[in-house]
Design a protein around this ligand. Structure first.
Ligand code: TRP
Ligand code: SF4
Length: 371
């Protein structure tokens, strides 16, 4: 296969279209109308940022028949939580309000074995940096299970062991590349157990499970679907549904990366500093003000526009106005950035005022591994 997604790579996925063509991911826009029978689609969905899905019809059926459904997603406990990470939790909160039971896995086994992070640091990061921010964003501690991959129940570990019998080296190499090693193998089987375990009797029995992820995680979904098929009669497992979102562009034009603080806005950035990052950001503007008045800006190439579209402006009309003011050259980047800065500082100040309480709550609701 000439086109492989590397879930551990640092490349930006640019060709989202290929995911439809090669891997059979379906456009999310085709089911927006059906979803809107049950709830207003989230702004990330309305704006095509959540762009693809597999088997979302199963979720729609569950909503239609008022059956239980669950969300399972995971976090990598490294670096600081930034706006790129916020997207998945915004969706989780949306589904939680629709009545979904929520499972969130802290991928500490993967962080240790594949990303080679230290244990005490990643445990602290998971709780104080990620879970505390999740709760401050509005994730409800009710109907919520957050667990560390290294510290969960025996039924979950049993899945990893059983799965190992029906997965071949050849398929792992086809999915993850020739250099799969024991650390990666254990990590991907663990992730399959993450994705499939909510269906087990021990966790309340069968329900539709939806996995919202960034597009780089699709190899794990493909493997989990195959494993579900192979264990359908033995364990009663069914394929998970999944959705895929685009990544945010870094403020410096590359991928958002924890090694370059200028590329992202962290949820715990000092609001003034965050505002300065916006003012220094790359834009889709023209070289001179005169040219921009004449030619207009390019919002689809602008990280500042993305911050607004992904996070700060929930009203569609208001975003549309910004889009056209930019495209027609009516508004220049200086003014646009200043307004974005205001919106962002307001959001961060409000968000951070909740963190002290949710930090305490995070330590209470998540059981940390002891080493
Ligand atoms: N591999 C994911 C990442 O790098 C983390 C993860 C582990 C995950 N298990 C998961 C994501 C299950 C979604 C579902 O971020
Ligand atoms: Fe980006 Fe705003 Fe400039 Fe348009 S006006 S290119 S959206 S910063």
């Amino acid at each position: 296969m000439e086109f492989r997604i590397d879930p551990w790579g640092s490349e930006i996925i640019r060709e989202y279209d290929k995911l439809f063509k090669f891997f059979g991911i379906k456009p999310f826009k085709d089911i927006l109308k059906d979803l809107s029978k049950f709830a207003e689609p989230h702004m990330l969905m309305r704006r095509g940022i959540v762009f693809g899905h597999r088997d979302f019809e199963e979720v729609l059926k569950a909503l239609e028949n008022q059956e239980r459904f669950a969300i399972l997603t995971g976090l990598m406990p490294s670096g600081r939580m930034h706006l790129g990470h916020k997207m998945v939790i915004d969706q989780v909160i949306y589904y939680q309000k629709l009545g979904a039971e929520i499972f969130i896995t802290i991928a500490d086994a993967e962080a240790y074995a594949v990303r080679k992070l230290g244990r005490s640091e990643l445990i602290r990061t998971a709780i104080d940096e990620y879970v505390a921010n999740y709760l401050a964003l509005g994730l409800d501690a009710k109907n919520l299970h957050i667990y560390f991959q290294t510290n969960y129940s025996r039924e979950y570990y049993r899945l990893i062991q059983l799965f190992s019998r029906k997965v071949s080296m050849a398929e792992l190499k086809a999915l993850y590349g020739e250099d799969v090693d024991p650390g990666k193998i254990i990590s991907v089987l663990t992730q399959a157990a993450d994705i499939l375990h909510p269906q087990l009797r021990h966790f309340g029995g069968f329900k539709v499970v939806l996995v919202p992820v960034g597009a780089d995680q699709d190899p794990h979904l493909r493997l989990s679907r195959d494993i579900a098929d192979r264990f359908s009669s033995e364990l009663g497992l069914r394929r998970p549904a999944s959705t895929y979102h685009r990544f945010m562009t870094g403020l410096d034009g590359g991928k958002m990366s924890s090694s370059r603080p200028e590329s992202y806005i962290a949820l715990t950035d000092d609001p003034e500093e965050a505002g300065k990052k916006i003012m220094r950001s790359l834009t889709g503007g023209q070289a001179t003000a005169e040219e921009q008045r004449k030619l207009g800006g390019r919002p689809e190439k602008c990280p500042v526009y993305e911050v607004n579209a992904y996070h700060l402006i929930s009203d569609d009309k208001e975003l549309e106005n910004l889009y056209w003011d930019c495209r027609t050259g009516k508004m220049l980047c200086g003014e646009c950035k200043a307004k974005t800065k205001e919106r962002l500082m307001k959001f961060l100040t409000n968000h951070q005022s909740k963190l002290r309480i949710t930090g305490e709550l995070a330590r209470k609701i998540v059981e940390a591994p002891d080493f």
